[in-house]
Design a protein around this ligand. Structure first.
Ligand SMILES: Cc1ncc(COP(=O)(O)O)c(C=O)c1O
Length: 399
């Protein structure tokens, strides 16, 4: 391996949300709340960023940009960034889009808030999504006083599946104006197949819904898998926005930058006009994202091999030590979404249980995800393997 994913990096005193912001996010509490473990003793498997060093090529690009000495107001004026991202999309997803469709946002979350505000709120409409769902799909609706309707995924022997009859029935409600679709899906890690995407597309078309396809996890796939953008399946459908970013793939979330590819010209204009960032982008974020798309491929291929092995470690550990836990190695993401309904039917709040009994910070349940998540925990496995082994031992011990 050219890159070192085993390195343990000290993140203390960097204002990392992962290290210093877990109390309010997971437990809705302040520093007074006491746990049986000191803060330094916790193994942190919660928020979706990685314990791995940013690729040296990207760090160098940021340094090079700093060495240009001035960091004034910045926009994206030429085609250089577009060309880098376009090549990435062509090589990895055999998909491309015209430059004019590319808009930007200081993150996928702000883009979701804005798209719901632009499209659903004025119509007094509702948003539809699959559950369990990422918390911010609900927050984007709550912020806009819009109702979120959930279509629960079904858990079968083969893994999570879309209940198409339920999705179609809920999409028929004339108040439903938008589907927020997570492709691949957080937290289950499902990577939707061509056939599944076509069925979703048919429901969207039939009901003339807007669809926001959140594809932020689309490069974090098990080796050998290939991402299919929903916009590729719906090549002629105007009402689609695709959110992608190198932030999740390359551990750049703190740089607050994302691509929002909006096909409909009216919404594109409105989105750009109403964007609270006013069209400015952070020059260091731009340099980092461009370097990621131009030079990050080798690092990503090695990362995927490392993550595959981390997931196998979890699989083997659960098979031997906690056979009552339900788990499928996901097709995408660095998450393990584990069903503990049989293992710990009476544990109550699972994040609190594992913080108290194992010194492991993780997410799970309906307080951190939306609907259909009770009894499940999500482990973030984007960390050195020795830490995962230790966390699993502690989890096993607690159970
Ligand atoms: C599905 C999904 N969308 C969006 C985000 C966050 O996006 P951003 O950091 O670009 O706002 C996450 C982060 O975990 C996510 O899982």
């Amino acid at each position: 391996m050219k890159y070192d994913f085993d390195e343990i990096i000290d993140r203390r005193n960097t204002n990392a949300q992962n290290v210093e912001g877990w109390r309010p996010y997971i437990f809705k509490c302040g520093p007074d709340k006491k746990f049986p473990f000191a803060d330094d003793e916790f193994i942190r498997m919660w928020v979706a960023d990685m314990e791995f060093a940013v690729a040296p090529e990207i760090r160098q690009a940021i340094k090079d940009r700093v060495d240009r000495k001035i960091l004034g107001y910045t926009g994206i004026f030429g085609a250089e960034y577009y060309n880098a991202f376009r090549r990435w999309c062509l090589e990895r997803y055999a998909w491309e889009f015209p430059q004019e469709e590319l808009a930007f946002s200081p993150g996928v979350i702000p883009a979701l808030y804005q798209l719901v505000e632009d499209i659903v709120k004025p119509a007094g409409g509702k948003v539809l999504t699959l559950s369990p769902s990422y918390g911010h799909f609900l927050h984007a609706c709550t912020y806009n006083n819009v109702e979120l309707v959930c279509s629960p995924l079904r858990l079968t022997e083969a893994g999570f599946e879309i209940d198409f009859a339920d999705l179609a029935a809920k999409a028929k409600d004339p108040a439903v104006k938008m589907l927020i679709f997570c492709n691949p899906h957080n937290p289950t890690g499902r990577m939707w197949s061509q056939q599944e995407l076509e069925k979703v597309a048919a429901i969207v078309r039939e009901n003339e819904l807007w669809v926001v396809s959140d594809e932020i996890h689309c490069d974090l796939l098990r080796c050998g898998n290939r991402h299919i953008p929903l916009a590729k399946v719906m090549a002629d459908y105007p009402f689609i926005a695709t959110c992608m970013s190198a932030s999740k793939t390359f551990n750049l979330a703190g740089l607050c930058f994302s691509n929002v590819i909006i096909r409909d010209a009216d919404e594109r204009r409105r989105f750009r006009k109403r964007l609270k960032a006013g069209g400015d982008v952070n020059p260091l974020s731009l340099a980092a994202h461009q370097a990621a798309y131009e030079q990050g491929g080798d690092w990503l291929e090695e990362l995927k091999i490392y993550l595959d092995d981390n997931l196998k470690l979890v699989r083997n550990f659960l098979d031997v030590n906690i056979p009552s836990a339900g788990f499928h190695i996901p097709e995408a993401t660095y998450f393990a979404w584990i069903d503990l309904r049989k293992t710990l039917p009476d544990a109550g709040d699972l994040p609190l249980y594992f913080a108290n009994k194992a010194g492991v910070l993780l997410e799970g349940g309906n307080s951190l995800f939306v609907d259909n998540a009770e009894g499940f925990v999500r482990l973030n496995l984007a960390m050195p393997r020795v830490l995962i082994a230790e966390a699993l031992n502690r989890i096993g011990g607690a159970i």
